[in-house]
Design a protein around this ligand. Sequence first.
Ligand code: CP
Ligand code: NVA
Length: 303
Amino acid sequence: MKKDLLKLADLSPQEIVEILDLADKLKKEQKQGIPHKILQGKTLGMIFTKASTRTRVSFEVGIYQLGGIALYLNGNDIQLGRGEPIRDTARVLSRYLDGIMIRTYKQRDVEELARFSTIPIINGLTDYCHPCQVLADLQTIREYKGDLKGLKLAYIGDGNNMANSLIVGCIKMGMKIAIACPANYRPDAQIIQWGKESGLLELTEEPKKAAANADVFYTDVWASMGQESETALRKEAFAKYYIDAKLMKYAQKDAMVLHCLPAHREEEITGEVFEEHRAEIFDEAENRLHAQKAVMVKLMCDK
Ligand code: CP
Ligand code: NVA
């Protein structure tokens, strides 16, 4: 049966570890110039109805390095943008392609695409979650800190798609996660409940509380794609939800800082902290390539 990656909850902890291990292996091979054309002759369709730099380029380069090719399908250029139903798009594309990565607004649409496709579907970000990003994040944290179990991640900012996926990813790996966000901007209620039951999720409105003894800081933009009209309102609501050198004093001395990017300096993170931690932030961006290659191999390889 085909397998999809629609959200991290679809993966068991064991499957996440397998993806991270494979991502490390592929990264090492690529650095050493060892070819790994595991998906020779395969074609990945990439549907985008939102902007992207990292996701688009890393998937396209990734499938190429694996011996396959990618097709960039802008939502406005295909008939989907003119109202062709998702289910028909899924049925047609399944006849041509070996896998689809989709970035769009509604999680429901990605799930419908998966339901009517006979090929693997990979979620490249929805308003609800961003599983590929968090796989790269976990790979990066493991590179810097070793074992993930027992580490604490402090997320400061909007309870958005990133927060939702980080809660699931961190907890599945046995990490503690503290989310500091305004009361009106909490992560998904069901994910909060699931997280609370694990005993590893802390929800607070106080950034300092979240930061206490953290090993990893994480933040994301205050206004996500599709929320541009709320920018002014959100600037006010999130005014105290940022990472600066002062907040970092509450954490472990060697705490690392991650950001999915793109970043808004002097909003969710100061330029000073961003530049000081650029090594891990751009390793994280690079790891999108390696983690996604691992995902594609796991889902699209016949052997
Ligand atoms: N982090 C991330 O998904 O970046 P893009 O929006 O550039 O793809
Ligand atoms: N929360 C951001 C993440 C971008 C990678 C957005 O959805 O725009």
